[in-house]
Write a protein that binds this ligand. Structure first.
Ligand SMILES: Cc1cc2nc3c(=O)[nH]c(=O)nc-3n(C[C@H](O)[C@H](O)[C@H](O)COP(=O)(O)O)c2cc1C
Length: 508
């Protein structure tokens, strides 16, 4: 009998420790039970040899990818032992990065020119071409992609914003407006969707007055992003269920509490590339901020019109974020998530090429999203012309998301994509902000290391010729021929190359 009491007492103490500790959200939310997850994770490799899946078969992010994010966000060793477990000799559609025999040396931690923040500024000035009043050079080529307060918990938004401040990168608000949880010191891109949340009139139309008021109040807002669509649900409006429209969210978005909130599938402020450019020029003029667009890619007519209008009229978007069809969402219909809009590499390369044909590739900043939060996928994006990349779900994983894929139910066990107070309590913004910052910093470090391996001082100087795609045991294709890029595509202008080279050399 005594043993039973001792065991119960020990379990009680363990539960108390689990609830009070702040390192592991799962243990805080699921005391005692949560240990089984960590136990299973630690003996996972042995179990998987006999049962279930291998390291590369889960989606959207496989175990190797998640393990890498968890390791770097905890500042643990990101090394893997014994060599690759991928079947390189027979792989189809397998990316190879072609190293240089004489790589650029990467400073070691004990050398005087070692930079522990691995700062990696953008090679282009955001808003430089149109000479916006508040044009600037983004300090980091890795930034956090749009995710609203509402789809993410307040604790998650706060952890990410504080992490962005620490890592010196930009945090996109998502279309749900800039909430107080976004205002923890990290610089912001304010995303404006078709619902005009945070800058709307009562009838749901755009309010310039509200936009200017907010921009004036919050100097952290460094740019505006007009959302045309996102990869996971391109061409679809949104709806926030009445139950989720809490008084706090209602106030931030400028909508009535506890009523269904619809956002239409397209904007009411403009209806084609021409009127969009007028609107964007007006916003840039009134706010002084660089203004860009975010879109997934389907038909190309819009992009053709956009390129022609910019070319002929000199009105322009300052940046274009291309989201891949493989991108994430808080909630999306299956057919949209699985089948609508092109994957990043196809969508991005088509739009880039089209703008390059009009000579606009040096004037606009290209941003990419869609599972780019890993050194090799990020480098590939730079190689096909991206100037910056944005990460969404990878940033969620860095703050404790376990890919439970419950974002749409509100029951996220890690407290990341939920408004449930108990679940959210598990996520400590202080410790998780450090993890988010570690992840972004380490991603920059490895992107830089890979660039150096290719003989390039900065990822913007990596070209399509640095990549090859393996197609089975004996075939391969060059990226330049796959995407039909011309010589000189996918690298910045001579002036921008000179500036970024000078900046990178000044660091070392
Ligand atoms: C929970 C969640 C919420 C999102 N909310 C928005 C949003 O408000 N606006 C938007 O443009 N994209 C939104 N996205 C898409 C991301 O910004 C990003 O484009 C996409 O997930 C691809 O990046 P990833 O593969 O790094 O996740 C959301 C994604 C997730 C996972």
């Amino acid at each position: 009998m005594t043993y039973v009491w001792i065991a119960l007492g020990a379990l009680g103490l363990l539960a108390l420790w689990d609830i009070c500790q702040k390192k592991h959200a799962i243990l805080r939310n699921f005391p005692i039970l949560g240990h089984f997850r960590y136990l299973l994770e630690s003996i996972g490799p042995e179990l998987r040899q006999y049962i279930v899946t291998d390291n590369d078969s889960e989606r959207p992010f496989n175990r190797d990818q998640r393990r890498w994010i968890y390791a770097v966000s905890k500042n643990q060793s990101p090394y893997f032992g014994f060599g690759t477990d991928n079947d390189l000799e027979n792989a189809q559609d397998y990316l190879i990065i072609k190293h240089n025999v004489f790589p650029v040396p990467t400073p070691k931690p004990d050398s005087p020119d070692f930079d522990p923040s691995f700062s990696l500024p953008c090679a282009k000035i955001l808003g430089g071409f149109r000479e916006r009043k508040k044009a600037f050079r983004p300090k980091s080529v890795v930034n956090v992609s749009a995710m609203s307060f509402g789809s993410l918990s307040s604790a998650a938004v706060e952890a990410i914003n504080r992490g962005c401040k620490e890592a010196g990168c930009l945090h996109n608000t998502g279309e749900g407006a800039a909430s107080p949880h976004h205002l923890k010191g990290g610089d912001l891109i304010w995303q404006i969707g078709t619902g005009y949340f945070g800058c709307r009139n009562d009838d749901g139309t755009f309010s310039l007055e509200r936009l200017l008021e907010t921009c004036e109040q919050h100097s952290q807002i460094k740019a505006l992003e007009i959302k045309l669509s996102q990869g996971a649900k391109a061409g679809l409006g949104g709806m926030v269920l009445a139950a989720k429209v809490t008084p706090e969210i209602a106030k931030i978005r400028g909508i009535p509490a506890y009523q269904n909130c619809f956002s239409p599938s397209s904007h009411s402020a403009f209806n084609d590339a021409d009127s969009m450019l007028d609107w964007i020029e007006m916003l840039a003029d009134k706010t002084g901020l660089p203004v860009g667009i975010k879109s997934a890619v389907g038909e190309l007519d819009f992009w053709e019109q956009l390129a022609r209008q910019i070319d002929q009229t000199k009105r322009a978007v300052d940046f274009i974020t291309i989201d891949g069809g493989e991108g994430g969402s808080g909630a999306a219909p299956r057919a949209f998530a699985d089948h609508v809009s092109l994957p990043f590499r196809h969508g991005f390369s088509r739009v880039y090429r089209l703008l390059a044909e009009h000579g606009l590739h040096h004037k606009i900043v290209f941003n990419g999203a869609g599972k780019l939060g890993f050194p090799e996928t990020a480098l590939f994006a730079f190689g096909i012309g991206a100037d910056m990349i944005s990460v969404a779900r990878e940033a969620m994983i860095s703050i404790g998301c376990i890919q439970a894929q419950r974002c749409h139910t509100g029951h996220c066990p890690a407290g990341v994509a939920t408004q449930n107070r108990w679940l959210m309590r598990g996520l400590d913004p202080t410790s998780k902000s450090a993890r988010c910052a570690n992840y972004i910093t380490k991603l920059r470090a490895e992107i830089l290391q890979l660039s150096h391996t290719c003989g390039a001082l900065h990822p913007a100087l990596v070209t399509p010729d640095h990549f090859e795609i393996l197609e089975g045991p004996y075939d391969s294709q060059s990226i330049r021929s796959v995407f039909n890029y011309r010589e000189g595509d996918a690298i910045p202008s001579a002036g921008d190359i000179a500036s970024i080279t000078e900046l990178m050399n000044a660091k070392s």
